[in-house]
Design a binder for this molecule. Structure first.
Ligand code: FES
Ligand code: FES
Length: 508
């Protein structure tokens, strides 16, 4: 053992790694090849994706110096004795979609004493963020009777994967392994000796033998939640309107930061390896950067954004301001974005679209339902039914107790567990979008809220029940249904909140 090495027990076996100022997460992932622990925000310590046990207690590994676990016992999902049962339960309940957050969640929940009641589970989940599931199914998988007889190996997981891919907008696996972190996310399949590349403030990429070394060389500064107020970058057009709406900057808030790796003579892997990040990452530079640097260095290179990079560089849904008349005509002013005018007109041909230049982060029409969801909401059909450009239809209502009721038609169901999970996730995202989600952007156009907790994503304890009714249409082609649900729930919540003219209606 070299001076400065750290020895500890990992999943029952002794291991040793150099201390070197690195975190336990970095040691697990890059020294020991344990990649079930995910890096969603390091070193912010706010997403919970890196949660492991230290001496049986859940700890976020990204803010735990590896030196601190010297002589102690570290457990990851690979060392969890009932991991298979957790995977089965999560799969059976639809409690994992992309699966980036769930290994950490499983480690947190598995540490709770049995019986695990709902209140304790929701409290424990406060340490975690999930962008996909909307929490309901995670609670069900943990506390309720779940039919685990069918998930594996008897359940055919091909049709669920087709449904998940339709809903996620990119290839997505379904199975117990997904919840346990055994899907190879972009940075997971890189060789252990790959170089790490991180982006410096001037836009150049700095390469190091380890993530810590690269970050130190790049002079990375940890982001924070600003006190700067929100801004609504576009004014409502003048007119005699029955409803107006102004939206602001919203972070897509996918949990897996943009990452890709490449061998010197290979093709890049990433950034979309499991799930579609809600339409984000399409213009990410990480794949081309990994390829270029791998060729330059003659070594495999992982190029990854930090959470702060994701916020500053990633595309947002275009903010807008609009007014509508009772007959469905009106004017939408929207941040200039390729394709957004067509997206709006696809559902609201009576709206005149004016694209305006705004100072801010990049925008993209690929972000979930961008433009058309806002247009559908502005029209506010009395019966609540929203029809997406792909023909899917959804309706939602907010009950007095806060429960959100959802109905959806989206062709052949393929797999009700997966479709329900995505509908709940879409409802969770829409509720957060209307009421809470926003990031402050400075007058220079640069986002100021750089921590993952500052985006306003709803926590488990604040998420209502979502009741989903799926209408089978066996003869229709299966199409994405959760985007229609997203728009329908946004309308239902906005209506419930009295059509308040600015979103978010209840900024945190
Ligand atoms: S990566 Fe550790 S809490 Fe987010
Ligand atoms: S399943 Fe939780 S972030 Fe995707």
């Amino acid at each position: 053992m070299a001076t400065g090495d750290v020895v500890f027990t990992l999943n029952g076996a002794p291991v040793e790694v150099p201390a070197g100022g690195s975190s336990l997460l970095e040691a697990l992932r890059d020294r020991l090849g344990v990649r079930s622990a995910k890096d969603g925000c390091s070193p912010q310590g706010q997403c919970g994706c890196c949660t492991v046990w230290v001496d049986g207690q859940p700890r976020v590994a990204c803010v735990t110096p590896v030196a601190r676990v010297s002589g102690r016992t570290v457990t990851t999902v690979e060392g969890l004795t009932d991991a298979a049962a957790w995977g089965d339960r999560f799969c059976a309940a639809g409690a994992s979609q992309c699966g980036f957050c769930t290994p950490g969640i499983v480690m947190r929940l598995a540490a709770l004493p049995e019986p695990r009641d709902e209140a304790a589970v929701r409290r424990a989940l406060l340490a975690h963020l999930c962008r996909c599931t909307g929490w309901n199914t995670v609670v069900e998988a943990t506390c309720h009777a779940v039919d685990v007889a069918t998930p594996t190996p008897a359940r055919d997981l091909a049709a669920p994967a087709v449904r998940a891919t339709l809903e996620g907008g990119a290839p997505q696996q379904v199975g117990p392994h997904v919840a346990l972190g055994a899907v190879a996310f972009a940075a997971d399949s890189a060789p252990g000796d790959a170089l790490h590349a991180v982006r410096a403030a001037d836009g150049s990429w700095v390469v190091g033998e380890t993530l810590t070394a690269a970050r130190q060389a790049a002079g990375k500064v940890q982001g924070r939640h600003t006190t700067q107020p929100l801004s609504w970058p576009i004014e409502v057009p003048p007119g005699d309107w029955v409803r107006t709406l102004q939206t602001t900057w919203v972070e897509p808030a996918y949990l897996e930061p943009d990452a890709a790796w490449c061998a010197p003579d290979g093709e890049p892997v990433g950034p979309l390896t499991n799930g579609g990040a809600f339409g984000a990452k399409r213009d990410s530079e990480v794949a081309s950067v990994a390829r270029r640097l791998a060729r330059e260095h003659g070594r495999a290179v992982v190029a990854a954004y930090s959470r702060e990079d994701v916020v500053c560089l990633g595309a947002k849904r275009p903010p807008l301001a609009a007014g509508v008349r009772a007959d469905g005509t009106g004017v939408v002013r929207v941040a200039r974005t390729a394709g957004v005018a067509d997206a709006i007109r696809a559902v609201a041909p009576g709206l005149v679209v004016e694209e305006v230049d705004v100072v801010g982060p990049p925008t993209s029409v690929a972000i979930r339902a961008a433009g058309w969801a806002e247009a559908a909401v502005l029209l506010a059909p009395a019966d609540g039914w929203v029809t997406a450009p792909n023909g899917a239809r959804a309706r939602a209502a907010v009950r007095a107790d806060g429960t959100i009721e959802v109905e959806v038609h989206c062709g052949a169901v393929l797999d009700a567990v997966v479709l329900r999970s995505y509908c709940i996730g879409a409802a969770h995202m829409a509720l957060g979008w209307v009421r809470h989600e926003a990031i402050a952007v400075g007058t220079d156009g640069v986002p100021r809220d750089l921590t993952i907790r500052s985006f306003g994503v709803l926590r488990a304890a604040d998420t209502p029940l979502v009741a989903v009714t799926i209408h089978e249409d066996a003869t229709g082609d299966a199409v994405n249904g959760s985007d229609a649900v997203f728009a329908a729930v946004a309308l239902a919540v906005w209506r419930h909140d009295g059509f308040a003219p600015r979103w978010p209606t209840m900024p945190s």
